[in-house]
Design a protein around this ligand. Sequence first.
Ligand code: F0G
Length: 455
Amino acid sequence: MEPYRIKVVEPIPVTTRAQRERALRRVHYNLFGLRADEVTIDLLTDSGTGALSAAQWAAGMAGDESYAGSRSFYHFRDVVRDLTSYPCVLPVHQGRAAERILFSALLTPGRLTLSNTHFDTTRANVELTGCQTADLPCPQARDLDSDEPFKGNIDLHRLEAALRGPDASRIALVIMTLTNNGEAGQPVSMDNLARAASLCREHAVPLFLDAARFAENAWLVTQHEAAYRDMSPRQVAEQAFRMADGCMMSAKKDGIAHIGGLLGLRDRSLAERCELLLIATEGFPTYGGLAGRDLDMVAQGLTEVTEPGYLRARADAARHLARLTREAGIDIVEPPGLHALYLNAGRLLPHIAAHRFPGHALACQLYLEGGIRSVELGSLYLGSEDETGAPVRAAPYELVRLALPRRAYGLGHLNHVGEVLAATVKNKERIPGYRLVEQPPLLRHFRCKLEPVSD
Ligand code: F0G
């Protein structure tokens, strides 16, 4: 049972199949092109899509909109300091701004960053500074069906080998992503984080957390890591932050805010360099591209998000939808995390080759069947072709992510998703693959055009 009730409601669009067919044709079969009012259940992302609490709205009303020295900033800074222990706290408008500022201040061209898995914007921001990234996910992450609890871990052997290897002097930073969004939202254990931190200390390489979903990671630690069973999620989260030199955080996830992010740092000289970039590109350090009210809403969200009742209900909702998905005959990446389910479209649609995008085909079908918007994480997103359009690289897995906005959808909505999944599976042999008609040179999945094909 959710530990809250509904005070404000927002109607959701209910469309006919004919309307959805027309809409999908109009946007050239790219779900990013749909207008939100053509979508009934929007599971595109859990970022900035959560429902605020009454206390967050009230905090927003009390926001101080002064340009410099806003009361809201000092409140925000104290809340973040208390949670993370980082003395220097810089607000930013969202997570990727924290990435850009940190990497611009810390990295010089030719260096290397290591991670359990870099999120896409993290990787892009490292590369924009002329540096390279290497992902070192643990080997268990490769088995999508196993229910090992910490498949988001970093591979400690490879981390140690890299830190001792010939490229060691190029390594500028290690980033632990909690939870590991690039590996199906799987969590990182405290044991793994502690060992990674100790290797980083030994080799004098800074360790940063990408803490977008720090509370969900902490919840899963209390559920599955014996030494932490008697701790609260808040206590686990505090310990995790204390193991690192700083964090980048998108507050649009576990800040339960519509916008916001932050950079937390221990190193004051690094913080001063970041602050100059912040002023030049985001705003004065006491607002960092946000309104005063946003700072207060994030501060309140960061205190609510670790409440065990809230996290338990969120985990239960994800497990409920996971059960409906398996019952419909669709395999997911096991075990289900909290922020999303990842459907194994490659296994469901073996008649569609990688270059005909089985994940995209499933995502389109879920929209046509029941107005559900999801996102493909397969060969459309990760694969590539040569100049003639012939496929040269397929993704390792063909997945579809159903992300769960925080506090926005109830069990009735999830049951609808379950019915749509079941209806989709009934006619799965008839689901067509897709052909790329047009693609931009970068980040093609956002803007490409496709059409269904029968071969
Ligand atoms: N790090 C992680 C792990 C993320 O999942 C995201 C965003 C970011 C950083 C960037 O934060 O959007 O505030 O700039 N993830 C969203 C998603 C977009 O749908 O998974 P941002």
